[in-house]
Design a protein around this ligand. Structure first.
Ligand SMILES: Nc1nc2c(ncn2[C@@H]2O[C@H](COP(=O)(O)OP(=O)(O)O[C@H]3O[C@H](CO)[C@@H](O)[C@H](O)[C@@H]3O)[C@@H](O)[C@H]2O)c(=O)[nH]1
Ligand SMILES: [Mg+2]
Length: 194
């Protein structure tokens, strides 16, 4: 992290109640050559990883459905969101995280996953970088019912749906999670289920 367009960076902690919210003050050198002072609130929850599971024979994908309060507060009628399996890295590397989260959330124990993208989730506000994976699943990889961790009050529904139906949900606006859109589009572009 270094830039000759930025100086005097100061962090002020606004909240460390659960994750970390800082006010970051800095001087920024405009294209015009003038230094201006700027402030940004930056939310730090660490990085995340997510995966689209697909089955080549059945031409199905595994998605999850769960309540997301921030979406309920902003226009998502009942607050439930259809998503890829995903979680925060905690202390794991992205691959280990995505294998752990897949088993916790969907009940499938994966052997192999393929990293396809790395991208910032919401670059104006959050530090979070998201690691995107795809992975093949088969019925015999199912080791439990999934659903998430009771200890964290996760209440996740596991959806196994035809890929065609997932694409319809993408096109008719039923899927409104960016990470899920990204991986469904990846699957279309790279013809994983043609
Ligand atoms: N008590 C409390 N619990 C929280 C809070 N924020 C999150 N949690 C809990 O922390 C756990 C996080 O579960 P993960 O599966 O690791 O993360 P996720 O919420 O699915 O996050 C994934 O999706 C996010 C949304 O797009 C991504 O931001 C994230 O990187 C990851 O991919 C969940 O049980 C959630 O309820 C909070 O403010 N307070
Ligand atoms: Mg999750």
């Amino acid at each position: 992290m270094s830039s000759d367009k930025i100086k005097n960076i100061e962090h002020t902690l606004l909240s460390d109640n659960y994750y970390i919210l800082n006010k970051v003050n800095f001087d920024y050198l405009m294209k015009s050559g003038i230094w201006v002072n700027q402030m940004r609130e930056v939310y730090d929850r660490g990085d995340g990883a997510g995966i689209l599971l697909y089955n080549k024979e059945k031409k199905t994908v595994i998605l999850t459905k769960q309540f997301r309060m921030p979406t309920f507060l902003n226009d998502n009628e009942n607050g439930f969101l259809v998503e890829i399996a995903a979680g925060m890295l905690d202390k794991d590397n992205p691959e280990a995280c995505v294998i752990r989260e897949t088993e916790e959330e969907t009940g499938y124990r994966l052997k192999e996953v393929k990293k396809v993208y790395e991208a910032y989730s919401s670059p104006g506000v959050m530090t979070e970088k998201m690691h995107f994976f795809v992975g093949e699943y088969t019925d015999d990889m199912k080791v439990n019912e999934g659903g998430g961790l009771d200890s964290e009050h996760e209440d996740i529904e596991v959806l196994e749906i035809p890929f065609k139906e997932a694409v319809s949900m993408l096109n008719n606006g039923e899927i409104v999670d960016t990470r899920t859109i990204v991986l469904l589009q990846y699957t279309i572009i790279h013809k994983l289920l043609d």
